[in-house]
Ligand binder design. Structure first.
Ligand code: NAD
Length: 274
């Protein structure tokens, strides 16, 4: 196979995905699996992992599921050991566990001054600390191996904060910042073959934000309308829209790309609104 044909080849790669049973990352599991990767789902939800595992089995995608809390380093270490004993190596970590919650979101009923500390900590820890701890555990393995790819999941609100969601915006800005920091740190200290990049999905209609973008009857909220008006491509994204960029970032096609945060947003972040 010529080198250019081999660029996109992810066949046989061992890919661990935290939050892997969620909406976006389960699509990554399906699509990366269909492209020949072996998938490890690390998630808290037994039910979601069981359903996804059945689906992956039907598609003949080689995979394992490991119940893992990304906020417990001991869980992550056990997961890493289980992957190594099953597959012998790990090539990619996708830090997908993350999300927002209504309690950490301002609204007409809840002012900024009333946002409870525990909800803010929950959002910050899940998005930032969960990414940080998994990167410590799997990054140490990549440092020993001398190669590996980490993909973080940032968000539009990391470039400029969105209204209502101060904890989630701050946490995702920290994820983008950490992506750059870790990319440099791994190259300087461990290996020039370790890359750390992130994707920043635009507005996808998922469980995390459905309550902000749609009313109970399915019609768009004012916020939903504003987002579509501000998205030059004129639609919400789908989980499938993320896949080609993820494959690009974990394949040789992006071999000199390191420390970037790629928006996948239908042009949202490029548009000033005027
Ligand atoms: P989701 O809620 O569908 O999936 C998140 C998954 O993480 C769930 O399966 C959940 O069980 C798991 N999880 C939660 N806490 C965990 C923990 N402590 N340890 C391990 N697993 C845990 O969310 P999603 O919409 O698929 O989002 C995935 C990622 O993409 C998140 O980081 C989110 O912030 C980010 N993101 C989503 C959007 C969007 O529009 N949905 C946009 C930008 C970024």
């Amino acid at each position: 196979m010529s080198r250019v044909n081999d660029f996109f080849n992810i066949n046989g790669k061992i890919i661990a995905i935290t939050g892997g049973a969620g909406v976006l990352c389960s699509q990554m599991a399906r699509s990366l699996g269909e492209a020949g990767a072996k998938i490890v789902i690390l998630d808290l939800s037994d039910k979601a992992m069981k359903e996804l595992s059945e689906e992956l089995s039907q598609k003949n995608i080689e995979h394992i599921t490991i119940k893992t809390n990304v906020l417990e380093k001991s869980d992550l270490i056990k997961a890493k050991e289980k992957i190594l004993s099953t597959f012998g190596t790990i090539d990619v970590l996708i830090n997908g566990a993350g999300g927002n919650k209504p309690e950490a979101t301002t609204s007409n009923e809840k002012s900024f001054f009333d946002l409870p500390e525990d909800a803010v900590k929950w959002v910050f820890n899940l998005n930032f600390l969960g990414t940080f701890l998994a990167s410590q555990v799997f990054g140490e393995y990549f440092a020993e191996k001398g190669e590996g790819d980490i993909i973080n999941i940032s968000s539009m609100n990391a470039f400029r904060p969105l209204t209502n969601i101060p904890a989630y915006s701050g946490a995702k800005a920290a994820v983008s910042n950490f992506t750059q920091w870790l990319a440099v740190h791994m190259n300087h200290n461990y290996s020039k073959k370790i890359r750390v990049n992130a994707i920043a999905p635009g507005f996808l209609l998922t469980n995390q934000n459905r309550f902000l973008l749609t009313n109970q009857d399915g019609s768009l909220t004012q916020r939903g309308h504003k987002i579509l008006d501000h998205t030059p491509m004129g639609r919400f994204g789908n989980p499938e829209d993320l896949i080609s960029t993820v494959i690009w970032l974990i394949s040789n096609y992006s071999e000199f790309v390191n420390g970037v945060v790629v928006p996948i947003d239908g042009g949202f972040s490029a548009y000033s609104g005027v």
